[in-house]
Design a binder for this molecule. Sequence first.
Ligand code: SAM
Length: 295
Amino acid sequence: MHQNPLAYLVGLEGTALLRSFAGEHDRAFVEARIGEIRKLLDDETLAGADAAVDVDRVSTVDGYRIWSETYDGPNSAFDIDEPVVGDILDGIPEGVALDAACGTGRMTALLAGRGHRTVGVDSSADMLARARERVPGGEFRLGDLHRLPVADDAVDLVVCSLALTHVPELGPVIAEFARVLCPGGHLVISDIHPEWVARGSIPAVRLPDGRPARLDTYRHAVGDYLRAALAVGLQVRRCEEPGGRSAEPADPPRQPTTDMGPWEDWPWSLMDLVPEATAAANAGVPVEIIWHFQG
Ligand SMILES: C[S@@+](CC[C@H](N)C(=O)[O-])C[C@H]1O[C@@H](n2cnc3c(N)ncnc32)[C@H](O)[C@@H]1O
């Protein structure tokens, strides 16, 4: 992957301009954006050949080996899905619950707290080690979403949070969820919204030798989840797209910074260079998608 901060910034400006073309902003806004693009193109810090980086892709097993060390630090994605997933779980009776791609056991803990007998599966031994510490009463198994180490019809509930963005095709994995669910069982999914993946929401890690890398990540359209679930006989109970930011301009307006911040690890730090374009480009765009299906 080639990542160029100038491309990212011009992309934000361009997305804001597309929304202007759809009638969301006035002439002064359009002229401000075009003026800002000119300044960005003239900025020697951004134009230098070494401003851009070539980034390796890493498998989720290798990537989560690194990320497992800091994964449970503050993460705004957790604040977005937990209230909605929690609300869905409150309406589901206790039973045997599978936390598929359980990671460090964030959802397993929510399930155990609601009285479920929990089984967590993940392909990262490093993430699982943390889950075992977090939920000592849970059962955890190393395994892959495409071949869950769980018998047919064995669970009443499957939860899969923030993991399907790592699989290339949803169909085989959702079919696997349907296989392990008993008749009438529930499936609750949270995932990074395709609009947000398209804006560059791809987990970043530093390899042991210091090079920046990105985890294998795929963008699934909203309809892809639906088609995969309907194909295996699941019914939709609920769909939410939380996390959209307000379209209201900041008051007072946020002033652009000139510091690119640690963008090779955290591309969002670039947004502070063009705050008005960022607010317009991302206004109302959901960050996550959450589904409740039932067999
Ligand atoms: C962003 S973390 C989410 C962890 C946890 N579900 C949560 O919401 O905090 C993604 C997890 O998916 C796991 N994962 C990715 N692809 C997988 C696969 N094919 N099979 C099993 N686990 C997988 C990773 O190892 C990682 O623990």
